[in-house]
Design a protein around this ligand. Structure first.
Ligand SMILES: *Cc1c(COP(=O)(O)O)cnc(C)c1O
Length: 397
């Protein structure tokens, strides 16, 4: 008999768990969109997002999801016929590359598979070959949410510089933002993107593009096909509506403000540390399950594992019943596999993901792991013991 009554827990990689204060911030009448609080709130959101991104550059807000800002970045600095280099470590790199190609830009993919991070040396050698500088940008996914790999950005900057190549460095931080340290200016990133619904603990519907002066200059010289994606007036317009190319997403802005208040009161160092601790909690449990069973972490090297999402493989074991058990019997929703087609992964059935981004604390994370542990026992799936003891040890401060 199901025990799932109570508050549902979604541990999918987004939308993430939202604080009550964020939900409550939207429970109000429509505000004035011409003057007053909303305008100040928006300015403060932009300022705080730039602080978290580690940039003194510009930030544009879009009423869109992450796919939208993929398109925004390409629309502002690239033109049909341009080439981009896309080192791929999972589904999301291919997603951005597909959007580029649908917009007439040619992506050249360097494939690093599903289990290892980007090797910056390969980027350097490819850029060295590009004597005519036909490659206009390198599109990097910081955390690829499908494989849960976290790529190091600084070595990629160094690779571009070592090749003495002018390509822009564009980074997708949708999954990592607010969960991992990101230092846009210090790491030499020209354009970065994120969205509201993951580490930023806000409903889906707003997405952000950060860009520096180099990217701004290139954008000014790039003919624009789309007025909606053009970032120019979003950052420099005289009227408030120009920031959104229309009506502001009023209630999402209030929600985002409330989320940023919580994150900044906690302190970003603490937020990042909390996410890293919970990541280690989850890794410890999965490693213990794997000692006497089919489970293993998709990313072997802890230095390249995400703080926000963990992809788990279970050799020759269908994990769909486990996910279903967790949802139906216990009210815990886990993430399904993305981009793990192929027999070795049971066409994705032998892989699942645990999202651990957003407003989480030990009872939520340990509760989720204990629930999975119970599901393994209920379904008779072989697994090593001691997962909860191993997980608990990582929480002891
Ligand atoms: C979620 C995600 C996206 C896409 O965001 P949507 O809001 O679903 O369009 C892009 N990149 C990464 C790394 C993501 O995790």
């Amino acid at each position: 008999m199901s025990l799932s009554s109570g508050r549902d827990l979604f541990m999918t990689p987004g939308p993430s768990v939202m604080p009550d204060a964020v939900l409550n911030a939207m429970h109000r009448a429509a505000p004035n969109i011409y003057e007053g609080e909303l305008i100040e709130t928006t300015d403060s959101i932009i300022a705080d997002l730039k602080t978290i991104a580690g940039t003194t550059g510009q930030a544009a807000i879009y009423v869109s999801n992450g796919h939208g800002v993929w398109e925004a970045t390409i629309s502002n600095v690239l033109q049909p016929g341009d080439k981009v280099l896309v080192p791929a470590t999972g589904r999301f790199a291919h997603g951005w590359a597909n959007v580029a190609s649908q917009m007439g830009v040619s992506p050249e993919i360097i494939e690093f598979g599903r289990e290892t991070p980007i090797d910056a040396d390969q980027i350097e050698s490819r850029l060295r070959e590009d004597k005519l500088h036909e490659i206009k940008a390198v599109l990097v996914t910081h955390t690829d949410t499908s494989t849960s790999v976290r790529n190091d950005i600084l070595p990629i900057r160094h690779a571009i510089d070592a090749a003495n190549h002018p390509a822009l460095l564009m980074v997708d931080c949708v999954a990592s933002f607010g969960c991992e340290r990101f230092e846009m200016d210090n790491w030499g990133v020209d354009i970065a993107i994120t969205a509201s619904q993951k580490g930023l603990m806000t409903p889906p519907g707003m997405a952000y593009v950060f860009f520096n002066d180099k990217a701004a200059k290139i954008a000014q010289a790039t003919p624009k096909m789309s007025p909606y994606w053009d970032w120019e007036l979003r950052v420099s317009g005289t009227f408030f509506y120009q920031k959104f190319f229309g009506t502001a997403p009023t209630h999402l802005l209030f929600a985002q403000r409330a989320a940023l208040d919580i994150m900044l009161a906690e302190g970003m160092e603490t937020v990042w540390h909390r996410h890293h601790t919970f990541a280690k909690t989850i890794w410890a449990a999965v490693e213990a399950w794997g000692e006497n069973g089919p489970f293993r972490l998709n990313i072997q090297d802890p230095a390249f594992r995400s703080n926000a999402v963990t992809t788990v493989q279970a050799q020759d074991t269908n994990c769909v019943p486990l996910r279903d058990w967790c949802t139906q019997q216990a009210g815990l929703t886990l993430g399904l596999a993305l981009g793990f087609e192929g027999d070795e992964y049971g066409n994705g059935n032998n892989v699942f993901r645990i999202g651990h981004m957003g407003h989480l604390n030990p009872p939520m994370v340990l509760g989720a792991l204990a629930t999975i542990d119970a599901g393994l026992k209920a379904l008779g799936i072989p697994h090593g013991g001691g997962a909860l003891q191993a997980a608990t040890k990582t929480i002891v401060l």
